[in-house]
Write a protein that binds this ligand. Structure first.
Ligand SMILES: NC(=O)C1=CN([C@@H]2O[C@H](COP(=O)(O)OP(=O)(O)OC[C@H]3O[C@@H](n4cnc5c(N)ncnc54)[C@H](O)[C@@H]3O)[C@@H](O)[C@H]2O)[C@@H](O)CC1
Ligand SMILES: [K+]
Length: 494
């Protein structure tokens, strides 16, 4: 194993700081040398991305992130680039002070930021304002500097973390640098992959700074990044009974679309059979649009019972409503004890009548539903998605998919995976119904709940990316994902 094998591991800021300390104390690599390595790696990254850059502007904050910036400027100057440095106040800490002096001794001039003024012309701007040490929203004068950098229009390389992003949670409490590329050092910070951070980090590049494998011994990552996965090819002799029978329950008056998308996704996700339990008015439309779906009129729990006997997995909630009909079906379905995916009104009803779920169960809340399930407001969910997903999984005894940019999958024992795929085109109606159907299909084919949730979230997001590559993000429809989903599920199209 080498340090680069850790690139799917995600760490909290405290863990990254502990790794830094360990490199210094246990491995005897001075902090200043780490800073030199970070600056050298960042300059290589800059030249890879912008080989024609001749003038750079480096913005340095008071801490070690600024130290990285000063050393990068010094190296760039030595390499014959023109490097302007703009500093926010005095440097603090021995390493940052020494880095600043090194730049000045090499002939560089530091321009203090006075709260206003023109910024230098540059082919590339380097953000060394704040890294993992950011503790609060940027102050108004720093926010002003960031807005001016952004208005300059030159591409931005962020050192370690885009300044303004909380590297632990992905939250952006005020203004933040919006980077084109973020080169992050030593270990991947978990917050860069979720919440608001993906909109600010641009392309993420991890530089482990040549640290030895022993650095990671005994340090368990807080979370992991999902990897590209698919299912093994089917044995030649299977029949449809081997691939499970999904029963999708929902589609109250006026919401046929949700349950149809869910059912179609279960079919495209490879379930052997898919039945739909819904209102009678939807039957004709469902049968004619997708004859492979077996649509059944269900007026109440009695009509549901025989369908539950034949099903192996439930997709419970899309368009279910929270009225008497939906509630009665919800209760009966939960009492069946079948493995299930619970979404939409299935989750809202759970928030109203909380209970521990048993067996293989996956909950797929968006932040609003998550807030209802935890009895808090949506802002609290966004402030720490890792904590929210873990608490949901623990409280309800289920695997939880917390949707939104950088979807999280959490299990009750605390394991968390983060999805690095997906795009803003997927913020449209029906995408959640699709995810529910996909995960149900994977459960039906024998996946454990954790595996079904991780694989389903990954396939859904990658199908969204594939569909967006073809036709763009705006106007992307949930049903556009069905065909790419099938390709990816069969290991094609990536
Ligand atoms: N040995 C190490 O620890 C290494 C650290 N490195 C760099 O050092 C960074 C961490 O350095 P630091 O811990 O010094 O932290 P930062 O440089 O991120 O920021 C800390 C400074 O910012 C101030 N501050 C925090 N939030 C603020 C806000 N909203 N407005 C104004 N001031 C604010 C703090 O009071 C402190 O002075 C990493 O992100 C990385 O770039 C790298 O050089 C690699 C090695
Ligand atoms: K930064």
């Amino acid at each position: 194993m080498t340090a680069s094998d850790h690139r799917h591991e995600l760490y909290t800021v405290d863990q990254v700081r502990a790794l830094d300390r360990r490199a210094i104390d246990a491995l005897g690599i001075p902090g200043y040398e780490l800073m030199q390595r970070a600056a050298a790696a960042a300059l290589v990254c800059l030249r890879q991305h912008w080989p024609r850059a001749r003038r750079i502007a480096v913005y340095c904050g008071p801490g070690n992130n600024g130290g990285d910036g000063f050393l990068l400027a010094a190296l760039a100057h030595e390499a014959g680039l023109h490097a302007d440095v703009i500093a926010l106040g005095e440097s603090q800490g021995d390493d940052a002070v020494r880095a600043r002096r090194e730049f000045e001794l090499g002939g560089g001039t530091v321009h203090p930021w006075q709260g206003s003024g023109e910024l230098p012309l540059a082919d590339v701007q380097v953000d060394g304002l704040f890294g993992t040490g950011l503790r609060r929203a940027l102050a108004p004068d720093v926010a002003q500097l960031v807005r001016q950098m952004q208005a300059r229009g030159a591409p931005i390389l962020a050192l370690d973390v885009p300044s303004g992003v909380n590297a632990d949670t992905g939250e952006v409490p005020g203004e933040s640098v919006q980077a084109d590329v973020t080169v992050t050092f030593i270990a991947a910070k978990r917050g860069l992959y979720t919440a608001q951070a993906p909109g600010y980090a641009g392309q993420l590049q991890l530089e482990p700074l040549g640290l030895p494998e022993s650095l990671w011994h005994g340090c368990r990552a807080d979370a992991e990044l999902l990897r590209v996965q698919t299912l093994a090819p089917r044995p030649r002799q299977v029949h449809k009974g081997n691939n499970g029978h999904v029963l999708a329950i929902g589609g109250d008056h006026g919401t046929a679309g949700a349950i149809r998308l869910c059912g179609e996704a279960a079919l495209r996700g490879g379930a052997g059979l898919v039945s739909v339990a819904t209102r009678s008015e939807h039957l004709v439309a469902l049968n004619s649009a997708r004859p492979e779906l077996m649509a059944h009129e269900v007026n109440g729990p009695q009509a549901l019972a025989p369908l539950l006997e034949r099903a192996t997995v439930l997709a419970l909630g899309p368009g279910l409503g929270q009225g008497a009909w939906g509630h009665a079906l919800w209760l009966t379905a939960l009492e069946s004890g079948l493995p299930l995916v619970l979404d939409a009104d299935g989750l809202n009803l759970l928030a109203r009548e909380p209970r521990q779920l048993t067996g293989r169960a996956v909950l797929t809340p968006h932040p609003g539903e998550a807030a209802r399930l935890l009895g808090c407001d949506t802002a609290k969910i966004g402030a720490d998605r890792f904590a929210a997903a873990r608490e949901l999984a623990r409280r309800y005894g289920a695997i939880v998919v917390l949707k939104g940019a950088g979807s999280l999958v959490a299990e009750p024992e605390g394991r968390v995976a983060v999805c690095p795929w997906g795009n803003p085109g997927m913020a449209s109606g029906g995408m959640g119904d699709l995810l529910t159907g996909i995960i149900a299909a994977l459960l039906a084919q024998g996946c454990e709940a954790w595996q079904a949730a991780c694989l389903g979230v990954g396939l859904h997001a990658r199908a969204g990316d594939l569909a967006a590559r073809k036709g763009g993000e705006r106007g992307l429809l949930a049903s556009d994902l069905l065909e790419p989903l099938r390709l990816l599920l069969n290991g094609k199209g990536a």
